[in-house]
Design a protein around this ligand. Structure first.
Ligand code: DAH
Length: 339
């Protein structure tokens, strides 16, 4: 009897039905007056006393399995039948799909590009997988510069050298190779660095690069352009340029905006100074112009580069970089901009 019960249990497991009628047939086969279970209970009478307890339990198990299966089959057939009824009224309005919103990085990227486009900059982009020339050599990085180290750069191939670009300055080189001055370009994009992921650093982030090359472009032009940006984006009217170093600019500077010290948060984010570093910038090094066949005796220019995550952090008071990449809807929902 035990074997028979096991065989039925297996059969029940595999049963599939496609209509209410088939479910009813299944019910009658097992639970009907002349069904298999009644036969088994009849047979049960002949089971020797010492086995009665065990076989009795097995029989109950089978009965429960049949009942559960019937409930399950009924449940899973419900939506199909209801669905069929619904389709009859084609004039019903469609269900609402909640619209998605722009990612904060997209919002800030668009806004920055928009600010520069108002003063004549156009947008360019380039590949994220780049060669050594566009990321380093064409930008005047000496062969032993630490940024070329495996610690900072993700290498894809060694020979020929292919890397994930570590900055969007690579697009400057592409633009200078393919276009002639005057150049006024902003270049947004994703960049990669071999960094441990934390609240303050990530192995992928976004930058916007700017390049302005023409006859007689001066440091004062750069300063005025960046002041305009600080006013438009942050509504701040004071900037300062601190001397710095980048291989591709000479002189180089770091631009700070005066954030103020009005609140406790201002003290915290500016470390009590009131000033916040926003971007790197400088006059394009003559070597960089020559490397792309632009005559440095005739043309000069400035370049700048900023991290979009950092700027969005300031704008929205986000204090953990990882939030940008985790796609947690509770975070994303707060930026309710659609276009
Ligand atoms: N490429 C630099 C970085 O990733 C940022 C930068 C600094 C870009 C100065 C520039 C520049 O164009 O002039 O840190």
């Amino acid at each position: 009897m035990k074997e028979k019960i096991d065989q039925y249990l297996q059969e029940i497991d595999c049963v599939e039905t496609s209509s209410a009628e088939e479910i009813e047939q299944f019910r009658i086969r097992y639970l009907g007056r002349k069904g298999l279970l009644n036969d088994l209970f009849e047979e049960f009478k002949t089971v020797p006393n010492e086995n009665k307890k065990f076989i009795g339990q097995e029989l109950n198990r089978l009965k429960n399995a049949v009942q559960e299966k019937i409930l399950m089959l009924q449940k899973s057939s419900l939506p199909i039948e209801q669905g069929e009824k619904k389709v009859e009224d084609l004039t019903l309005p469609a269900g609402q799909v909640p619209p998605g919103t722009l990612h904060p990085i997209s919002i800030v990227r668009r806004e920055i590009l928009d600010i520069f486009s108002r003063i004549g900059f156009t947008v360019a982009d380039g590949p994220e997988i780049e060669d050594d020339w566009h990321v380093f050599s064409g930008l005047n990085f000496p062969p032993d510069h630490p940024a070329r180290d495996m610690q900072d750069t993700f290498f894809i191939e060694k020979d020929p050298d292919l890397v994930l670009r570590t900055h969007t300055s690579s697009v400057q080189v592409r633009v200078m190779e393919s276009q002639r001055p005057p150049l006024r370009i902003v270049m947004p994009g994703r960049v990669y660095r071999n960094e441990a992921v934390s609240a303050r650093a990530h192995c992928q982030f976004h930058q916007i690069e700017g390049l302005y090359i023409d006859d007689g472009v001066s440091f004062a032009d750069m300063k005025q352009t960046l002041l305009y940006f600080a006013q438009e984006f942050f509504g701040k009217t004071r900037i300062r340029l601190r001397p710095s170093y980048f291989p591709f600019t000479e002189p180089s500077a770091e631009m700070d905006v005066f954030w103020g010290l009005n609140s406790e948060a201002d003290h915290r984010i500016t470390k009590g100074t009131g000033w916040l570093e926003i971007m790197g910038c400088g006059m394009v090094d003559p070597n960089v112009l020559s490397a792309s066949n632009i005559n440095p005796d005739k043309y000069s220019g400035f370049a700048f580069g900023m991290g979009i995550e950092r700027i969005a952090m300031l704008r929205y008071q986000i204090d953990d970089l990882r939030m940008y990449f985790e796609n947690d809807v509770r975070f994303l929902k707060q930026f309710n901009r659609f276009i």
